[in-house]
Design a protein around this ligand. Sequence first.
Ligand code: WQD
Length: 370
Amino acid sequence: MKKTLLITWWTWYIWSHAVVAFEEAWYKTVIVDNLVNSSINTLIWIEKILGYKPDFFEVDLRNNEKLDEVFKKYNFDWVIHFAWLKAVWESCNYPLKYHDNNLVWSIRLFELMEKYGVKNIIFSSSATVYKPSPLTPLPDGEGNIIKLWYTETDLTWDCSNPYWTTKFVLEQILRDLAIHSWFNVMNLRYFNPIWAHETWFLWEDPNGIPNNLLPYIMKVATWDLPYLNIFWNDYKTIDWTWVRDYIDVNDLVEGHLFAYSKLDERQKIKVESNEQNHPTPLYKEGINLKWAFETYNLWTGKWVSVLEMVKTTEKVIWKEIPYKIVWRREWDLAEVYCNPNKAYKELWFKTKVSLEESLSNSWKFYSSKN
Ligand code: WQD
């Protein structure tokens, strides 16, 4: 009997790759989305890859009645929660919009999960919950730059923008549900997915002016935009521009599959050991929380500056990307990347898609549009 997964969808197209990956791995997926920030056409592209359209319901997660009907219709085994707003600058301009969308929606979803006994969730969290890194890394005394990266046990705190706050709070809510309500949570932290599906049928193609670096570069390459604005260059990297760890979405979704398998394996052990029906929640028994709430960084472990991204793109697509160094973007961080070793050791997760391959897939889509 196929396991049935509820996939909540909103602004990032990562969910569409997850639907394809989980359907191809013989799971049944059911998608809910309110289509405010997304297009129903994505389902047409998924159908081109799978040969059929997954079940889809146009539901606003705050509409408890309609979402309840979806839970009634299916006996979900899992939920993969991707539905949130994610633009840092926008969250600073509209904090309550982010608190309402990201927090209220999620709590409505968790309430229905509890009502229907759906206790397994993969939550796509973010590295934004880590303490913001110093703008200039500490040299090691010989003038070399020490890579500063966060491990899962590092403190999370002081979220200096509403988007980060919502991610941090949702992690705490899910941790509470794991301890007090027998939820099984796989908490995945990542930051900069870049993507186009290898079939070129799925991609990130935001309406209007893109916020994120890669789609903006691609729109410059197709002359939809005149040049790239590089937000400031005051960081001690080889070219002074700011750095990120860009993970290809095909790797990222594989990380979700590995995380699913890990928690599913634990779930089986719990049921066999009758722990699932444990008379008291974890906190009273001091049972290792690791069995109910586990965090993994899904990262490449590499470090790419903005200019390196521009130069690599030029090399891959054989086109110049004009740019200007401009002001610093509000709330931007100079550096964000994390230690990927725990996912490698415990999930056997290691990224395989190179930056060049990611850029080539993206370009095949963008160039095919014109
Ligand atoms: C990357 C780098 C910019 C655009 C995004 C999401 C956020 C979070 C992390 C999950 C930065 C520079 C960008 C441009 C530029 N995801 N840049 N010119 O800022 O890391 O945030 O990923 O939690 O939700 O928004 O990604 O692609 O916007 O920027 O110079 O036109 O490129 O300064 O250094 P960011 P990004």
